[in-house]
Design a binder for this molecule. Sequence first.
Ligand SMILES: C[S@@+](CC[C@H](N)C(=O)[O-])C[C@H]1O[C@@H](n2cnc3c(N)ncnc32)[C@H](O)[C@@H]1O
Length: 244
Amino acid sequence: MTDSHVSNQEPSVPEQGEERQHRRIKSFVMRAGRMTEGQQRGLDQGRPLFVLPLADAPVDFDQVFGRSAPRTLEIGFGMGHSLLEMAAASPEHDFIGVEVHYPGVGALLNGVLTQGLTNVRVYDCDAIEVLNRCIADNSLDRLMLFFPDPWHKSRHHKRRIVQPEFAELVRSKLKVGGILHMATDWEPYAEYMLEVMNVAPGYRNQAEDGKCVPRPTERPITKFERRGERLGHGVWDLKFEKLA
Ligand SMILES: C[S@@+](CC[C@H](N)C(=O)[O-])C[C@H]1O[C@@H](n2cnc3c(N)ncnc32)[C@H](O)[C@@H]1O
């Protein structure tokens, strides 16, 4: 899924009956996907070591990682390219990745094993559940949401993960001064994120003009993004800081 954030590739929408079974509208649709050998190895060998079960009480991550370190959570890491690069570049920092797409989870775990990283843990389920059930309030230094599904059609906008309730849930999990960092290659979604976030209580937009920030150097540039840049396509980064 290197090209997972190609704007015109969206998961197909489930049938109405399937939708009705879930009370909360999900920001994802489970996709079938064939595993490569590496992804399967990642799942087989990495799952027992690095995948955490959904808990019913906030998890003590100091205990999980065996240390107290700055903590970042990434929602929807896709194939895990950014997460792997960031985790390898910041061994003093701990990373929690959340992704529902199993081939992506396998790919990330394969990378974690191959690179011998010890500062990554994974949830292979809905990030909203993870935030609600496993993450203590005021405990994250940063939450990253890179190229979330844009859900282009207006009748699907309700599926976009960025919503006022999402802003409030993330705010409750960030430490004071913690950062929500989002990036998208779909300008209307960037505008929509700004609409939601600029009125969300308890945040300060880090962009001087109240819009987007220049591409932060800590966000790895993907192959897809580099190609898009050459073609003149844009990427918009947004950073919001949690206020006291
Ligand atoms: C368009 S892809 C982007 C992947 C990656 N961040 C990248 O930049 O390549 C969005 C990803 O978010 C995942 N996703 C969407 N909603 C999610 C949720 N609520 N919990 C966990 N993963 C989610 C999807 O499975 C998908 O892999």
